[in-house]
Write a protein that binds this ligand. Structure first.
Ligand code: NAD
Length: 503
């Protein structure tokens, strides 16, 4: 069956005919081969871009995870990967990045097919980011040094970076390849072997990656993919006694379970990248109110709000509030969702009916909690079954309401009016989360003061969402433990070993 990429006569770029879904690989990738789940179980779901039913992706369980971990352990112990030099691993990962680029359209199609996020957005933004992340880490790995310390007399100690062994990666659906690349690239480059459990909502691109890793020259068993449900495949991986580190991106709720699994099993290393409720402070000393509103709308609404670092709590000084909110409402029109495969649309669908119901539940709650709700009136043509949500801007919000405290993970922005910047920073920090935030001000003292005091892993001044592989990404509080990206990310995927030498 060819998936229908023409909708109401709108011809889509050159992607037409590239995705024959019956021929797409849906099996697990273990020890260099594609294989069905031992139980024969498959993932079954509806797709949000047009509501069709889809099934067939292997739903792995504990038995499959055990086989994948055993293959990864064997590959690790053999030294076929762990004993390669960093520059040998670098060359292979650079080749992998080239292959990802060569197949960028297929990867973008698969991710759009499963998640409903706009094809054009994957093609132009998300996948290039993933590919560049692989290149960044590959280029960096042979520039790392171990350390040596002169202790006393003729003694010396060498502190070596050593791989952990088999590591498990568990990823979410909202930016599948980016989050996956942030993890598998440093993990592999440090000499570990990997078992990846992608989200059940977005497994196809990870499965496809298996084939590319083999083509790039990654030996069998070094990179494995076990698609499946979180409570089965994910839990089995996190509980596995031969897995030496588990690197998770997803909700705080599941992140806490991952910590428990590590404690219940073998005290494996845990790193967590979880959710957020990004505070976006706009001061009365900001001279660029329109720009502040434009940047907020883009970062809040561009993937239907399904971004962990989305600035979903605007905290705005009363004296600039009216001007700010007027521009914000006008800007929100640009992010009205449409057909996911139409190259004219930057915004596609939410991922699933469950997510749709959850987000709409919060919009209903907002009304009950006394918020004033604004929604753009523009409607775009899309298939009848498409599951999309028009942006919602919530006013009359205070920080005690659930809509201001809980991660909604949809295009729903809470706007809180404040009397002072002291109040603004208190509200910004009054949250269980601490992923990313922003301060907009043209007063240099205020800029230093507020950015310094905000309890987040990443704070933007007069900007939002600007990105570079060299800057760490991750949160504090219940937004997570440890950071992805940057040279520092390598440290998560290795241990230090001291060799004390007496001469
Ligand atoms: P989720 O927590 O539901 O699932 C994430 C992954 O965990 C999936 O692969 C899922 O199958 C697996 N999982 C679920 N239950 C499990 C269990 N009991 N044991 C082991 N694995 C289990 O999150 P999601 O809905 O896929 O993604 C959205 C969340 O991810 C949001 O909270 C978002 O903020 C967060 N996120 C964070 C970042 C970041 O870098 N901080 C980036 C992207 C997404």
């Amino acid at each position: 069956m060819m998936i229908e990429l023409i909708y109401k006569g709108v011809k889509k770029m050159d992607v037409l005919g590239k995705l024959n879904i019956d021929e797409i690989e849906k099996r697990a990738f273990i020890n260099g081969e594609y294989t069905d789940a031992i139980s024969g179980a498959v993932i079954s779901k509806s797709l949000s871009f047009d509501g069709r039913k889809f099934e067939g992706i292997a739903a792995c369980g504990k038995a499959d995870v055990d086989i994948a971990v055993a293959a990864a352990q064997k590959a690790y112990s053999s030294g076929i990967w762990s004993r390669k030099t960093p520059s040998e691993r670098k060359k292979i990962l650079l080749k992998l990045a080239d292959l990802m680029e060569e197949h960028i359209e297929e990867l973008a199609l698969l991710d759009t097919f499963e998640t409903g996020r706009a094809y054009i957005n994957y093609l132009r933004d998300s996948l290039p980011k993933a590919i560049e992340a692989v290149r960044y880490f590959a280029e960096a790995v042979d520039k790392l040094y171990d350390e040596s310390i002169p202790i006393r007399g003729s003694d010396t100690a060498v502190i070596k970076k050593v791989p952990l062994g088999v590591v498990g990666l568990i990823t979410p659906w909202n930016d599948p390849m980016v989050v996956t690349a942030w993890k598998f690239a440093p993990a592999l480059l440090m000499g570990n072997t990997v078992v990846l459990k992608p989200a059940e909502q977005s497994s196809l691109s990870a499965i496809y990656l298996g084939k590319l890793t083999k083509e790039a020259g990654i030996p069998d068993g070094v990179f494995n993919v076990v698609p499946g449900y979180g409570e089965e495949a994910g839990k089995a991986l996190a509980l596995h006694k031969d897995v030496r580190g588990i690197f998770f991106t997803g909700s705080a709720e599941v992140g806490k379970k991952i910590m428990e699994y590590a404690g219940q099993s073998n005290m494996k290393r845990v790193a967590l990248e979880c959710g957020g409720k990004g505070p976006y402070i706009v001061s009365n000393k900001c001279n660029r109110i329109s720009e502040a509103a434009e940047v907020l709308a883009k970062n809040m609404f561009y993937n239907q709000g399904q971004i962990c670092s989305a600035p979903s709590r605007a905290v705005v000084h009363k004296s600039v509030y009216d001007e700010f909110i007027a521009v914000l409402k006008a800007e929100s029109e640009k992010y009205v969702p449409g057909y996911s495969f139409d190259d004219a649309n930057e915004v596609g669908c939410v991922v699933s009916k469950e997510q749709y119901d959850k987000v709409n539940g919060y919009i209903d709650l907002a009304a009950k909690e006394g918020a004033k709700i604004y929604r753009p009136s523009l409607v775009k043509e899309k298939p009848e079954g498409a599951i999309c949500i028009t942006p919602a801007i919530l006013e009359n919000v205070n920080n005690n309401m659930r809509i201001a405290r809980e991660e909604i993970f949809g295009p729903v922005l809470a706007v809180i009016k404040v009397d002072s910047m002291e109040e603004a920073v208190d509200i910004a920090n009054d949250s269980e989360f601490g992923l990313a935030g922003a301060v907009w001000t043209d007063d240099v003292n205020e800029a230093f003061n507020l950015t310094d005091r905000m309890e987040v892993g990443l704070v933007h001044l007069n900007s939002y969402g600007n990105d570079d592989n060299s800057s760490p990404f991750g949160g504090v509080k219940q937004s997570g433990i440890g950071k992805d990206k940057s040279i520092h990310a390598f440290d998560k995927y290795c241990d230090s070993k001291t060799i004390w030498m007496h001469f």
